[in-house]
Design a protein around this ligand. Structure first.
Ligand SMILES: Nc1nc2c(ncn2[C@@H]2O[C@H](COP(=O)(O)OP(=O)(O)OP(=O)(O)O)[C@@H](O)[C@H]2O)c(=O)[nH]1
Ligand SMILES: [Mg+2]
Length: 299
């Protein structure tokens, strides 16, 4: 790719309440699944960075967990601390608003965070596809527009106006590359995957967690977690063993399901996706464990 004088570099943080569509947007921008998505709150638990490269320049995008209001459990409390930390690194932030939902405390919290950040800011109204023909809450946020450097209306899911959001980001990034960014980009480019901060263990455990969220939906306590215990490449097949951790015996039964049907379905869906991504045959063994102490180990 020819390097031009006008190339820009920057760190862009995606911010928004749980379920706003941040991870969906990141996956659309990068063009592959780098962050799992689901209708459950705090599907994203850790800040996830991915590199976007175009003729206009290079951007490190950060997907952050949505901040929950009034969390009682340790996991939720730990997750809530991650987003403000990531925001400190932003040259620009994109505040994603789900216009299909009424504004509440969770929105107020992220608006507060955005206001306190010295970064450039874009207000992105998301889910314009669902709002079509129905009531939407877009006008509840109009008062914010003058505080922002740019405003867009998008559908992250359908990829509507995502390109114009990227254009706007490049327009607003500083002409001079921020300190240290080129070194960080080089490091990311030296990795095979566009995701900078995920090992294959993390990637696999995230895919399994996503399938657990999708299969169990509302029945599942959102604090379920996955730990990969073994990845063994046997040449003709990759053997993966992982534990699904839950805090309560009751939930364990629920995750296993009648005649182990639920855990089998989770395993089947995860294996299919892992096989598709790796183009390898996979044997996946899942064990459900009830361990009330795992939230203490979560970092
Ligand atoms: N209809 C519609 N659904 C969307 C859109 N963007 C995201 N979604 C859906 O909204 C749900 C939440 O999306 P995520 O990308 O996981 O949301 P998030 O902001 O990353 O959520 P947390 O990780 O929990 O903070 C998923 O079911 C997505 O498919 C959109 O533009 N239109
Ligand atoms: Mg997410």
């Amino acid at each position: 790719m020819p390097k031009t004088q006008s190339q820009k570099f920057g760190r862009v943080v995606l911010l928004g309440r749980p379920n706003a569509g941040k991870s969906t947007l990141l996956n659309q921008i990068i063009g592959q699944k780098v962050s799992i998505t689901s209708p459950r709150p705090q599907t994203t638990r850790k800040n996830t960075q991915a590199l976007f490269v175009s003729s206009k320049g290079k951007i490190i995008f950060s997907d952050t967990p949505g901040i929950m209001h009034k969390v009682e459990d340790l996991i939720g409390k730990k997750i809530n601390l991650k987003t403000p930390k990531e925001l400190n690194k932003a040259d620009l932030l994109v505040l994603l608003i789900d216009i299909s939902r009424a504004k509440g405390e969770e929105e107020n919290r992220v608006i507060g965070l955005a206001r306190n950040s010295p970064a450039k800011k874009i207000l992105a109204y998301n889910k314009i596809d669902v709002a079509k023909g129905k009531k939407d809450y877009l006008s509840d946020y109009n008062f914010l527009e003058e505080e922002f450097d740019g405003v867009v209306a998008i559908s992250a899911l359908k990829s509507t106006h995502v390109k114009s959001l990227i254009e706007k980001i490049f327009d607003l990034l500083p002409a001079k590359a921020p300190v240290g960014i080129k070194k960080d980009i080089k490091l990311m480019e030296s990795q095979k995957s566009p995701i900078s901060d995920q090992s294959s263990d993390t990637y696999i455990s995230e895919i399994i967690r996503e399938k657990a969220f999708l299969v169990l939906r509302k029945e599942l306590p959102y604090t379920v977690s996955v730990e990969v215990k073994e990845i063994n490449d046997k040449g003709n097949i990759i053997v993966i063993k992982a534990n699904l951790l839950t805090t309560d015996k009751r939930y364990k039964k629920m995750i296993i399901g009648k005649k182990a049907s639920t855990i089998k379905l989770i395993g089947q869906k995860a294996r299919r996706e892992l096989e598709l991504v790796s183009q390898r045959k996979i044997y996946l063994e899942l064990t459900v464990i009830s361990d009330p102490h795992w939230p203490e180990r979560f970092v």
